[in-house]
Design a binder for this molecule. Structure first.
Ligand code: TXA
Ligand code: MG
Length: 325
């Protein structure tokens, strides 16, 4: 079991212990507004290696480097005008920008998987304060075993990684609930969506002033190896766009709409009875984990509107349902 410190109850203790463990070169779980992250010093190769080992993640899949503020971000990456506009509008927040890495940056090549670009994000709240105090960027993938469902609570992290890490900081349920939106601005000024996420694409288009380029298929978005089709995989099979429930299945539905056969379901969970996509995103990973824990062999999922945050929700559901390698 990892030691847990509640940030709301013991803010000073949380910050001091986080700094101590990170400076000793070990990853810790921290809350961010999107999902919980497994964070370590982005300039320390031994610490980064421990992130990959703890997650069982292949080292060719680069990590997002989290910054405290724009001044820190500019020490490590080169901003084109559109990326800068997006950073000004949406940081701190659920947006990751892929940018050219500065040659003089001390971010270790293990964090970027040797690429000449770096994924950067300024998170809200405690994570930002922690990075400010450390004075160095934190590499942090989502705090889950590679390929499994991301964690949106300290309890999720404990269940998945509690045997492998020393410290989990509890900041309550992650308010956004899906990972950051990943954007890369190309040298011709086109804005590519590498991963839909907690920042709605429409808002990005409004600020960038151009239409976002979406990959034709999920696998076409594999910019960095490791953005694999199968991800977020529960133990149970996942059946999408269900219009009825088969015996022995668990059901995840939306908008308070009952489905035929749900009386026989092993479990029935509603992502948002009132049909609110932000609430559905916040509940998504928790409901997938609960449905999985119900003992059902298949999780049936009703269709979710694809507008706004629905794009990120459907992306995660498609990966959860993808054939597993
Ligand atoms: O909300 C989030 O983004 C969370 C929190 C903890 O910040 N982090 C997160 O990290 O989702 P992770 O490692 O689970 O996903 C990061 C994604 C991976 O798909 C990786 O391939 C991609 O970002 N990525 C990182 N650096 C990249 C780069 N230089 N070029 C292209 N993709 C990159
Ligand atoms: Mg992840």
């Amino acid at each position: 079991m990892a030691r847990q410190i509640h940030i709301g109850q013991q803010p000073d203790e949380a910050l001091d212990e986080a700094v101590r463990v990170i400076e000793a070169g070990f990853p810790i779980a921290i809350p961010t507004e999107t999902v919980y992250g497994l964070a370590a010093d982005a300039t320390n190769p031994a610490a980064i290696t421990r992130i990959y080992e703890t997650k069982g993640r292949p080292q060719f899949n680069p990590l997002i480097c989290h910054m405290a503020n724009m001044a820190m971000a500019e020490q490590h990456a080169i901003f084109d005008p559109i990326s800068r506009k997006l950073a000004d509008a949406f940081w701190p927040g659920p947006l990751t920008l892929i940018l050219p890495l500065r040659q003089e940056s001390p971010i270790h090549s293990l964090a970027t998987a040797g690429l000449d670009t770096v994924g950067i994000r300024i998170p809200k709240g405690f994570a930002g304060a922690l990075i400010e105090r450390l004075g160095r960027p934190l590499a942090a993938p989502s705090a889950n075993s590679s390929g499994k469902i991301s964690s949106t609570s300290a309890a999720h992290v404990e269940a998945d990684l509690g045997q492998k890490i020393e410290l989990i900081l509890d900041g309550g349920p992650a308010p956004v609930g899906v990972e950051s939106t990943i954007i890369k601005v190309e040298s011709d000024g086109s804005v590519r969506l590498l991963r839909p996420g907690g920042l709605v694409a429409d808002e990005i288009e409004r600020v960038a002033g151009v239409e976002i380029v979406r990959p034709a298929t999920a696998s076409a978005a594999i910019e960095a190896p490791g953005m694999l089709a199968s991800h977020y995989a529960p133990g149970a099979a996942v059946r999408l766009n269900a219009t009825s429930v088969h015996k022995g299945e668990a059901l995840i539905r939306f908008g308070g709409k009952p489905l035929t056969g749900e009386a026989d379901a092993v479990a029935v969970l509603d992502l948002s009875p009132s049909g609110d996509l932000a609430e559905a995103a916040a509940n998504l990973f928790d409901h997938l984990k609960r449905a999985d824990a119900s003992g059902a062999t298949t999780i049936a999922v009703a269709s979710i509107p694809n507008a706004g945050l629905g794009e990120a929700i459907n992306d995660r559901l498609e990966r959860a349902a993808a054939p597993r390698s």
